[in-house]
Design a protein around this ligand. Structure first.
Ligand SMILES: CC(C)(COP(=O)(O)OP(=O)(O)OC[C@H]1O[C@@H](n2cnc3c(N)ncnc32)[C@H](O)[C@@H]1OP(=O)(O)O)[C@@H](O)C(=O)NCCC(=O)NCCS
Length: 141
């Protein structure tokens, strides 16, 4: 990796920066703003070149048993240069130091190879997204 970025733990990150980053990888902004969820984040890391946010990773956790890694994003122009790997390593190192028992991440199948590198055991998972129109809501009685 030969570009000059900084990874900063729990850096000040604005909602607009997150939205721009999401848009750069084709993700929509159909999510609660980070300013609203930040207080429940266990840890997050921002990667910057000068002031520009070019990478992000967020972790929610109970601080003991479980941690869930989410929103790993590297801006389109900086992908495949090792930054996604570096952000994952920072997050995993932090969680290892905190001795979190179980770390989870969800991803599309095309990224199995990327995540396997970090030692994730791949198994089936379930997910309900209340905003996904393709999901048929199961009526709970
Ligand atoms: C997935 C992502 C975070 C990887 O970050 P990155 O900085 O590009 O990844 P790295 O440079 O550290 O690693 C690159 C490796 O991952 C693989 N990889 C990256 N994106 C991939 C993709 N979409 N599909 C398949 N493999 C991918 C590359 O093939 C490469 O493998 P190689 O080293 O064998 O050539 C980045 O591509 C991204 O932000 N994608 C869009 C958002 C996303 O899908 N995030 C993951 C949410 S679970």
């Amino acid at each position: 990796m030969n570009f000059n970025f900084k990874i900063i733990i729990n850096d000040q990150v604005t909602d607009d920066e997150i939205y721009r980053l999401r848009n750069s990888v084709g993700w929509d902004n159909n999510c609660y703003p980070f300013s609203l969820t930040k207080d429940n984040s266990f840890v997050y890391f921002a990667a910057r070149i000068k002031k520009e946010l070019i990478g992000f990773i967020d972790v929610v956790s109970d601080g003991y048993n479980d941690a869930y890694i989410r929103d790993l994003i590297v801006a389109k122009d900086y992908q495949n240069l090792g930054l996604g790997t570096k952000l994952m390593e920072e997050a995993l190192q932090f969680l290892k130091q905190k001795q979190i028992k179980c770390i989870q991440v969800t991803f599309d199948s095309e990224l199995i190879g990327f995540y396997k590198r970090f030692g994730f055991h791949i198994f089936s998972a379930g997910i309900i997204d209340k905003d996904d129109p393709t999901l048929i809501e199961r009526k709970l009685s």
